[in-house]
Structure formats: C-alpha cells, structure tokens
Design a protein. Structure first.
Length: 348
C-alpha cells in the first residue's frame, strides 16, 4: 500500500492506493491532487449541486470534489472491485460523509458487462470490453442513480465508454444542464460526445490533461459583454440554440488550437534558445579555462622574471660593492702617497 499526506488549499488530505499505481505515484511526486489544473477550474466554477465522478478509480477526483468544493454531495461510480476498495478507503480516511460510492459502471441502460482489468500498475485503464479474462460487473444509468437530484457537474473518465454513460444521463443533462468534463480518447469518440452535447445546447469550452479531457459548458453559462447568452437565445428555437452552441464550440476549439500551436512554437523557441545558451556556456567555460591557463602561465613567467630580477639585483649589488671597495682602496692609496709627498717624500 502507498499512502501520502498533503495539504491542498488549507485542507489536510490523505490518499492511498496500491503500490506502484500510476495515480497514487503521480500524487506522491507532485504533493498534490492528480490533474490539479483541471480540478482547480472545477473549484472555481463553485458547483453547489451534486457532482458525479463517473470512473472514480481510487478516488483522487472524488476526494477533491468532496473536500475542496461546496457541493451538496458526490456520487462516485467505479465498477473495478480492486479500485472500489481504495475509493471507499479514501472517502473514509478523509471523512467525506456526503460522498456516495456506487460499485457499478454507468452505461446507456442497466444490465451487466465485462470489465477488462489491466495487469500493469495503471488500474485507471480498466475498461468495458469483451475479454475472456475480464470480470462481470453491473451496469446502471446515471439517470437511474441520480433521480431528481440537482446535478451541477459531471466528470466522466470511462476509457471509451463515455458515449454510453452520456446516453444514460440524457434526462439529467436536459434537466440540470451541469458542466461536463469528459475524456475522449479517439476522434470517433470525440465526435459522438460532441454530437450528444451540442444537441443539448452545450459549448466545448476547454481541453485539459494528457488524455484530452474536454470541458463542455451549458450555453447559458457563457456571457458576451456582461450579458448572459441565455438571455440572447431565449427567443431562439431549440435548433437555433444548438447550431449556435456548435458554432461557438468550433470557434473556441480553433482558438485553443491556435493557442496550443503558439505555445508549442514558444516552447520550441525556448528549447532552441536553451540549447544555444548551453553551447555558449560550454564555449564560455572553455574560454575561461583557456584564459585561466594563460593567466597561470603569465603569472609563472612574471614570477620567474621577478626571481631573475632579484638574482640580478643581488649579483649587481655584490659586483657593485666589490667595485666600490676596490675604488675606495685605490683612492685611499693615492691619497696616502699624496700626503707623504707633502710631508717630505716617500718612504721609498
């Protein structure tokens, strides 16, 4: 078992999971919730109704929803029995009494299905399929579980089963118009998700995470110059509202795509600049080394010259002192002879 403790927005959080699990390891490395950028957006939306965590896995998002938002409650769907055990533990460890865990998959209709559970460390990759090695799980619908509860937000991450989950939430989506954060791993899934939500008047607002989790917002959530879109579209037909939502979504998607390209161009330029800086640092280091070696050689030459100068000075002084001594001796001798002549001649 791997357990980590951290603080998020002043809340003390405890999360646990199986050793080596992808999500718990990411939480431990970051010291924060997994996919925190998207989760911070959820908190900023301030959902006051119920939040649905469809595909809750070990409970990273569920714990965030239950501890970091002012929602009425959380309903978490997780059909993988191994992950469900950890989900319940994390709900209990964080004292989330307003969170309800459902050990079923969310689909288009009630029944049973086969859940393929990966053998590696990423339990979040479990998916509904037809593998003979899978386990049989119960399937329910979001509409059946929610009933008449006021749903403010849905997060759906069900590894390719998202279209079925949305079909089973049609009544809730039409009645509550919650924000929807849904992962779409393939272009085909994305188009199907867009078709369902565009027809309900949703706008594709943003894209998050490595696996493309898309934020679909109800058209009424948008504002133009401080005026709610809902007041602008109040007199439009349903079809006109749907077309407007589609057009706005495409504009937003193109804008974000352009921003992504711009960001990638900026990252590429930074990488090139960093490479050049690294090369300059290496070159600079070589130059500094060369200059250091040259300075050391010059210092050695100066020291040698100083030593030679001192030696020359010593010899010069010695030679000079000898010459002065000889000159003095000759001068004293000449002076002595001169004095004797003045006194009456030489001794010779």
């Amino acid at each position: 078992m791997a357990t980590t403790h951290f603080t998020s927005a002043g809340k003390n959080i405890t999360l646990s999971g199986p050793d080596g699990d992808w999500v718990i390891e990411a939480v431990i490395r970051a010291g924060n919730f997994y996919e925190i950028e998207m989760l911070d957006v959820v908190a900023a939306l301030d959902p006051r109704g119920w939040i649905l965590d469809v595909g809750a896995q070990i409970g990273n998002h569920t714990t965030f929803f239950g501890s970091r938002t002012n929602c009425a409650g959380v309903i978490s769907f997780e059909p993988n029995p191994h992950s469900f055990t950890w989900l319940e533990k994390n709900i209990s460890d964080n004292g989330l009494t307003h969170v309800r865990a459902v050990p079923q998959a969310a689909g288009a209709e009630s029944g049973t299905a086969v859940l393929d559970i990966p053998q590696d460390s990423n339990s979040g990759m479990a998916r509904i399929g037809d593998s003979q090695n899978g386990v049989s799980v119960e399937v329910t619908t979001i509409d059946d579980v929610v009933g008449d509860l006021d749903v403010a937000l849905m997060k759906i991450d069900v590894e390719g089963f998202e279209v079925y989950a949305l079909r089973g939430a049609a009544k809730t989506l039409a009645r509550c118009h919650p924000h929807v954060f849904v992962e779409a791993q393939t272009e085909e899934n994305l188009h199907e998700v867009q078709e369902i939500l565009y027809n309900l008047g949703y706008v594709q607002a943003h894209r998050y995470n490595a696996t493309s989790t898309l934020h679909f917002a109800p058209l009424s959530w948008l504002e133009v110059g401080g005026t709610s879109i809902s007041s602008i579209t109040a007199e439009l037909t349903d079809r006109s509202s749907q077309n407007l939502a589609r057009v706005i979504s495409e504009l937003i998607a193109r804008t974000q795509s352009a921003e992504d390209e711009g960001q990638e161009a900026l990252r590429s330029a930074k990488r090139e600049l960093n490479a050049e800086l690294a090369a300059l640092k290496i070159l600079h280091k070589d130059k500094v080394t060369d200059m250091g070696n040259l300075l050391h050689e010059r210092q050695a030459e100066v020291a040698a010259q100083a030593k030679r100068a001192k030696e020359f000075e010593r010899k010069y002084r010695e030679a000079n002192n000898g010459l002065l001594w000889q000159v003095g001796r000759r001068a004293r001798s000449v002076a002595g002879r001169a004095k004797r002549k003045l006194r009456g001649g030489s001794k010779h």
